[in-house]
Ligand binder design. Structure first.
Ligand SMILES: NC(=O)c1ccc[n+]([C@@H]2O[C@H](COP(=O)([O-])OP(=O)(O)OC[C@H]3O[C@@H](n4cnc5c(N)ncnc54)[C@H](OP(=O)(O)O)[C@@H]3O)[C@@H](O)[C@H]2O)c1
Length: 274
């Protein structure tokens, strides 16, 4: 597994996502994902499956320190009085005494950013989380978060796939020593049906999905998340470390970006995007 280093953190370049995965599905598919080789698991308080993620990881026989575990604090828990108990509750559900990475899930909140970042730092100092980060931040918010935080911010988890140009966020992240963690790599089903990606993949005996995961992790400082509830796709999505896209292929994939390429944009949660 390739590792992305960012501000002292070592993030496995490919993570297993659990959004829209009910607990029962987690119990079925996550053990198989770990068997295939995934060692980075992404969940969130709002996904409602932390307990099942914890059950699978704690029962997996894999040492806790060999799994990189991320969870995210939901926006209704950003006030300090709610934040700290919510992290304790996440740890209880996850059956562990620390997570590797704790993120603020979305930026829109009446709670001042300084309070949110203060709480992130507090749980880090207490040893409940190893690293801290943000999600769905624009470049201005990234700068504010970095300035407010004692501990380094290690990632901004954002929507990123070939149809959405994230060059500005990537450049900002690199300037702060941060990584970018890409979600929605499959662009809601568009990626597997994209002829250009299939054509590039055919050169390597790979699928369009594998090409996009490769395109993501081949970029400096980029971590990719991949979610599937389909057993046969686990091996497919993990087999992206044995080929290399050319510079021309990387550029051709990036050229699929278009102005209306963004898919995830909830008005009550999202910032003014760059
Ligand atoms: N921070 C945030 O706000 C945020 C937002 C969204 C997601 N995330 C995180 O990012 C993770 C990834 O995003 P995502 O869940 O949208 O997943 P994704 O990796 O983009 O793909 C999900 C969809 O693509 C299908 N798929 C997966 N592999 C495929 C393949 N090889 N060929 C064809 N179809 C394939 C899956 O179907 P099947 O499951 O039916 O196989 C699923 O419907 C999430 O699970 C979550 O952990 C974070």
């Amino acid at each position: 597994m390739d590792i992305v280093t960012a501000n002292g953190a070592a993030l496995p370049a490919l993570g297993f996502g659990t959004f829209r995965m009910p607990g029962e599905e987690v119990l079925k598919i996550l053990p198989l994902a770990l068997k295939v080789g995934f060692r980075h698991v992404d969940t969130a308080q709002i996904y409602g499956n932390e307990a099942e993620v914890g059950e699978v990881i704690s029962g997996s026989g894999i040492a806790r320190e060999d799994i990189f575990l991320t969870t995210k604090v939901w926006v209704d828990k950003f006030a300090h009085k709610d934040f700290i108990p919510s992290v304790d509750e996440s740890l209880r559900k996850l059956k562990t005494d620390y997570v590797d990475l704790l993120l603020l899930h979305w930026p829109q909140s009446p709670v001042p950013l300084a309070e949110q970042i203060g709480a992130l730092n507090e749980v880090r100092k207490a040893g409940k989380v190893r690293h801290i980060g943000v999600s769905n931040y624009n470049t201005a918010l990234m700068g504010e978060a970095v300035a407010l935080s004692d501990a380094p911010i290690v990632t901004n988890q954002i929507e990123y796939h070939p149809y959405l140009d994230q060059a500005k966020v990537l450049a900002a992240a690199r300037s702060y020593g941060m990584s970018v963690t890409a979600y929605y790599a499959m662009a809601n089903g568009k990626v597997p049906n994209e002829p250009l990606l299939a054509e590039i993949g055919a050169r390597y005996g790979k699928t369009a999905a594998q090409v996009v995961l490769r395109w993501l992790i081949q970029q400096q400082g980029v971590v990719a998340l991949s979610k599937t509830a389909t057993e046969s796709r686990l091996g497919e999505n993990f087999a992206v470390f044995d080929f290399l896209l050319t510079g021309d292929e990387m550029a051709a994939i990036s050229a699929l970006a278009r102005p209306d390429g963004r898919i995830v944009n909830p008005g009550h949660l999202a910032p003014q995007w760059d």
